[in-house]
Design a protein. Structure first.
Length: 296
């Protein structure tokens, strides 16, 4: 029987101080196994300074092509004119990004974000994408193949997954579920062609509305989801934040991010996962596992 392996990744690292402090604490207490840095954001350098002193942790680049908040914005690292809205920032939503971007600007921006992370001193463990912007969920199917091509060049794993699971479908999907399943499988085939290490399953963080009734309900729903992951390698990504005036000013749903921090900083959460036979790994482990599988 195959093992059940789980990556717990903190997204939006470097987005703000509240996220950085939460991520630092979760790494130290073992609540997460990896994190993803938003290079274009103002707190990225602060995040990398901590990483330089704590090099044992797995931190990747959260390839960023959208700037979703109303008053807290960021823009491209590269020139990238097709990546900008009328105010010079990234577009608010993936749909506008997909409709207006050129693949050349996307490629240049991916390179620029990796290069900036490395110049700040980050050892990049993997790549993934903010707000699923590079998945082409709005119909721009040129994005993922080019991303995989660059992953091969940089020899980095990517947050794509091999098996679509009916319980883990992204919120706001524009495509029918059957079509979604087809393009997930086609992307997995392209990843294999470029020899890019990917996951078996991706657990999207969206919960049904009733799961947000209160913290205890959210906790029970999330833990139940995690202890029932399939055999293979899964990733659950979260957006943890310390409760501060800063995060409250950025998003009206700040409490959801604070709940995630509370849940994954609780030592009982990890104890429950391990008692259920779930082994926590990081993206360095994923790369090593896939390399061993391919050498058989």
């Amino acid at each position: 029987m195959r093992k059940r392996l789980l990556i717990i990744n903190a997204d939006d690292f470097g987005m703000c101080l509240s996220h950085n402090e939460a991520t630092f604490e979760l790494f130290k207490c073992g609540g997460i196994t990896s994190a993803s840095l938003m290079v274009p954001c103002g707190w990225a350098k602060h995040a990398v300074r901590w990483c330089q002193k704590n090099k044992e942790y797995s931190v990747g680049v959260h390839l960023t092509f959208t700037s979703e908040w109303g008053s807290y914005r960021w823009g491209p690292v590269s020139a990238g004119e097709t990546l900008r809205d009328s105010e010079g920032y990234f577009h608010h939503e993936c749909e506008a990004f997909e409709a207006q971007c050129s693949i050349e600007d996307v490629s240049a921006e991916i390179r620029a974000q990796i290069a900036k992370a490395q110049s700040l001193g980050l050892r990049v463990s993997h790549l993934d994408t903010h707000m699923t912007a590079l998945y082409g969920l709005g119909g721009n199917f040129d994005l993922m193949p080019r991303t995989f091509e660059l992953c091969k060049e940089y020899q980095l794993p990517f947050r794509m997954y091999r098996f679509p699971h009916p319980d883990y479908v992204p919120e706001g999907l524009d495509q029918p579920v059957a079509m979604y399943e087809r393009f997930v499988r086609s992307y997995a085939n392209i990843a294999d062609m470029y020899e890019v290490p990917i996951l078996d399953y991706l657990i999207y963080p969206d919960c049904p509305q009733e799961a947000y009734a209160d913290y205890d309900t959210f906790r029970k729903f999330t833990i139940n989801r995690l202890v029932n992951i399939p055999e293979g390698i899964s990733e659950a990504y979260i957006h943890p934040a310390i409760e501060t005036k800063e995060i409250e000013a950025i998003t009206a749903r700040w409490w959801n991010r604070v709940w995630e921090f509370k849940l994954f900083s609780d030592p009982q959460t990890r104890k429950i996962l391990e008692s259920e036979g779930i082994e926590l790994i990081n993206y360095d482990d994923l790369a090593a596992i896939r390399k061993a599988e391919n050498s058989r």
